[in-house]
Design a protein around this ligand. Structure first.
Ligand SMILES: C[S@@+](CC[C@H](N)C(=O)[O-])C[C@H]1O[C@@H](n2cnc3c(N)ncnc32)[C@H](O)[C@@H]1O
Length: 483
């Protein structure tokens, strides 16, 4: 009983490892935790419904608060024991002369080049703060590999392709993709892999996960290139997508990347929609305040996002989150695909519509206060797939957007059932249990019905919480399995 009620308000699972799939808002309140995958990769060489697209509805208008200006409070100097990021955020608020947006706070907390959450350490796994699907099972990366090879086929098997992963974490997804496709030499030989990663610490982890080595170029220069020994493909790292060279057909994978992009939060008030901001209280703690006047984000982004929603969709909401960085990133992806051909796969937790109040903080596999010790906890928010679709569609007529479909539909159609059966033929009892629970966590919905172990360890499926969407160049046709 206690566990059941906890599962509604807390993401802690079984062994206490947390997946970042739960909102504080939105229609669903569950979050997921899971045991991580068994450490050995199993038989890599074995061959191995819900949200419908919204129909167009009348655009809605939003009234925006236009009342008076804000007087910032006085701020004192911080003692030296205060973490650098806290000092930095407070100095921004102080010198700005007023509160900062939730988006600015989130961006600093996650990616500040000195002390952002992701920048200096490995935050994944049992010893970190949360786990993701590639940690849960090798089958996740293998199925994304199947999707990638199918798209490459649909692209006419080009001899040279950019395979870009946005926010690759530990590099586990890419490693599983390369291992499982290594027999398809024509495919692996075509790959120029580009890892878009802002964290120098995680870039190093990815280098090691992908079994990389530096080798001299075949010319007279002293230049070197990096090769993954898993597939023989060349790999390079970039801080942003813009840095990835244009000019080759491109396949982009974004798994749990969009949810780390900063969101603006808006709240309905008697004065209209106000932006939620972060200020410092009299006792020098961070606190939320409402903007007393329209902000650039409310005028620009809230208005834009609400044009894509119906009055009914907005009417019942007290909060709205908007992610301009997701719109910009989608523009870039769509432009690239429109110019160079190829496609993108986005898998994340989210919804095919407006997001209410979903921002959450996770530290050491527990939900914590968003404002508590910034930089020491992950921040993430539900992904607004409808906004991604609209953003892509406004870029070019050459591209088409497919989905979202549930992760369960996506992995099921790509053959995860056959893959799990094949792996189960040749594994230890311990690996079999890890495979079954990993499978359920990836494609199941709610508590695993087969579970006979302790109640508090019941695997929770996230097959309907995570959604998959594809953006492709129209000349590729409809990507599998979005038919
Ligand atoms: C939630 S993790 C997802 C990791 C991985 N895709 C997985 O599924 O395990 C987000 C990843 O994106 C990276 N990241 C976050 N914000 C970024 C940004 N603005 N630019 C580049 N990388 C970013 C993080 O360092 C991390 O590798």
């Amino acid at each position: 009983m206690l566990r059941r009620s906890l599962s509604r308000i807390s993401p802690l699972l079984s062994n206490g490892l947390l997946l970042r799939s739960g909102p504080r808002c939105c229609s669903s309140t569950h979050r997921f935790c899971s045991s991580s995958r068994s450490s050995a990769t199993l038989n890599p060489s074995v061959s191995r419904e819900e949200e419908s697209r919204e129909s167009p509805r009348p655009a809605a208008t939003v009234s925006i608060d236009r009342s008076g200006l804000h007087n910032p409070p006085e701020h004192s100097h911080e003692p030296s024991s205060v973490p650098e990021l806290v000092k930095h955020l407070k100095s921004i608020i102080k010198f700005r002369g007023g509160p900062i947006s939730v988006a600015e706070y989130m961006e600093e907390v996650l990616t500040n080049p000195q002390s952002g959450f992701y920048i200096n350490r490995d935050v994944f796994g049992a010893g970190g703060d949360f786990i993701t699907s590639p940690d849960v099972s090798q089958m996740f990366g293998e199925m994304v590999g199947v999707w990638t090879m199918c798209l490459w086929e649909q692209m006419g098997q080009p001899e040279n392709v950019n395979l870009v992963e946005l926010g690759p974490g530990r590099g586990t997804l890419m490693a599983d993709l390369l291992r499982s496709s290594s027999k398809f030499l024509k495919f692996t030989k075509s790959l120029n892999i580009h890892m878009v990663e802002c964290s120098p610490a995680l870039q190093k982890v990815q280098y090691s996960t992908l079994k990389c080595a530096d080798e001299a170029m075949n010319d007279d220069s002293s230049a070197k290139r990096t090769i993954s020994m898993l597939s023989g493909s060349s790999i390079s790292w970039h801080a942003t997508l813009e840095q990835v060279p244009l000019g080759l057909p491109t396949i982009i994978i974004a798994h749990e990347f969009y949810d780390a992009l900063p969101v603006h939060q808006f709240q309905k008030s008697p004065r209209g929609w106000c932006e939620k901001m972060i200020d410092i209280s009299e006792d020098s703690l961070f606190r939320f305040v409402l903007s007393p006047q329209p902000t650039p984000a409310s005028l620009l982004y809230l208005t834009k996002r609400c044009r894509w929603a119906s009055s009914e969709e907005i009417r019942d909401l007290e909060h709205i989150e908007v992610c301009p960085k997701a719109m910009e990133l989608t523009h870039q992806i769509a432009k690239r695909i429109s110019l160079d051909g190829g496609g993108a796969l986005i898998v994340d937790y989210g919804k095919d519509g407006l997001i209410s109040d979903s921002l959450q903080a996770i530290r050491k596999h527990k939900f914590v206060d968003i404002l508590d010790n910034p930089g020491s906890a992950d921040l993430s928010a539900y992904v607004d797939f409808a906004s991604i679709r609209h953003s892509a569609e406004e870029v070019s007529d050459n591209i088409s957007v497919h989905g979202p479909i549930t992760q369960s539909q996506f992995l099921g159609s790509l053959g995860i059932n056959f893959r799990v059966e094949a792996l189960l033929q040749n594994c230890t009892e311990e690996q079999a249990e890890s495979l079954r629970t990993g499978y359920w966590r990836l494609v199941g919905d709610g508590e695993a019905p087969f579970w006979e172990g302790p109640d508090e360890l019941t695997p929770i499926g996230m097959g309907t919480r995570y959604l998959a969407m594809a953006i492709v160049n129209k000349k590729q046709g409809t990507p599998i399995p979005f038919e």
